[in-house]
Design a binder for this molecule. Sequence first.
Ligand SMILES: NC(=O)c1ccc[n+]([C@@H]2O[C@H](COP(=O)([O-])OP(=O)(O)OC[C@H]3O[C@@H](n4cnc5c(N)ncnc54)[C@H](O)[C@@H]3O)[C@@H](O)[C@H]2O)c1
Length: 423
Amino acid sequence: MVYTFQMLNIGRTRSQSRSNRSLPLGGMDYVDPKRKSSVGKILVAAALLAVFLLMMIKHSPTSSTSTHFSRREPGVTHVLVTGGAGYIGSHAALRLLKDSYRVTIVDNLSRGNLGAVRVLQGLFPEAGRLQFIYADLGDAKAVNKIFSENAFDAVMHFAAVAYVGESTLQPLRYYHNITSNTLVVLEAMAAHGVKTLIYSSTCATYGEPKKMPIVEETTQVPINPYGKAKKMAEDMILDFSKTTDMAVMILRYFNVIGSDPEGRLGEAPRPELREHGRISGACFDAARGIIPGLKVRGTDYNTTDGTCIRDYIDVTDLVDAHVKALQKAEPHKVGIYNVGTGKGRSVKEFVEACKKATGVEIKVEYLARRPGDYAEVYSDPTKIWLELNWTARYTDLQESLKMAWRWQKTHRNGYGPPGAIPS
Ligand SMILES: NC(=O)c1ccc[n+]([C@@H]2O[C@H](COP(=O)([O-])OP(=O)(O)OC[C@H]3O[C@@H](n4cnc5c(N)ncnc54)[C@H](O)[C@@H]3O)[C@@H](O)[C@H]2O)c1
């Protein structure tokens, strides 16, 4: 399926490359297959998006072809942030911009929010700071065009579909979106001489290790298509890196929570992903009364309070790890790091922190175990501390949830409908 909406520059800057405006949006990731039944809705949404995109093109500058993004500039590091309209990618872009990096976001908005990009553009409107390119990484031709028209120094590859449950229902989508698209990115990097890659991986690549905490040498035996697709992508990157002078950093995140402490960005997944959602999303939905309460599955695990243990890492710490990884990336070297707090928290603890952070007495239902859930997962973050001088600082669960709740409360509809800009 190839969409022919053409839109690349939504920004206020006058620096967007004109030729970048004609990338086709293609690939299977644009429309959630579940929504195929509501063809009418999709057509209406598509028409609205098309009108919006055309309006944007109309209002885009046409006179200046960018030199900022297409040429290397001494002292300026230009980072391609794939998936930069999503939760973690937008926070990473914000941090990079704050640290004076030049940023290009490439996203197909299948899961991300144009509203997040708009916030970033509002904060950094100057020419040559941020550009947004609307493209699908599954479209190799489009990706190559982007690389040929932009002088990237490094890639932070966040773009992915990222729900374990969904991956078991749509495995091919996951292998396509994660593994195959990473191949496209790697090939484009190789073809265009971009030598530094920071890759978003996950603790799901470890599967169910018997021994805790998880160290980087823990054998990776992923148990779902999401973890397997990420592991395959890691393997491709590692094999390729052996033949080149690439600088590679693979970061395996644990459970990411929180949002920008200054309340500018937040986590706003599509409502239809709710059923696959993460525990923080469920907590906020319950606090807002969107769902009746929280369901805790399994109270008889061999843990302190019988509920599962996970390692929750605040997104601000996570993006700090990315910046440190970028700074320490070296040619011919690969760094693989766990990014977690090293501290396991039980689901019961999480629920209590959520109640306190939101001030809502959330209803909790305790149910039998869900098949496939493992009792305990937490990281040993010693390696990243020793080698990158990184350690988690936002380790108060309640505080992280409080920051995220502040954004949730003021953004009841997230960033607004997909493709729309909040007023
Ligand atoms: N959130 C977590 O707890 C967590 C944990 C471990 C790893 N990760 C990894 O971090 C990365 C970011 O996750 P997130 O939570 O921000 O997810 P997200 O869904 O909020 O963001 C992903 C972004 O990628 C974009 N995207 C997806 N497919 C694309 C494609 N084919 N072309 C262009 N853009 C595309 C989406 O539109 C979205 O903006 C992912 O790689 C994920 O696997 C996340």
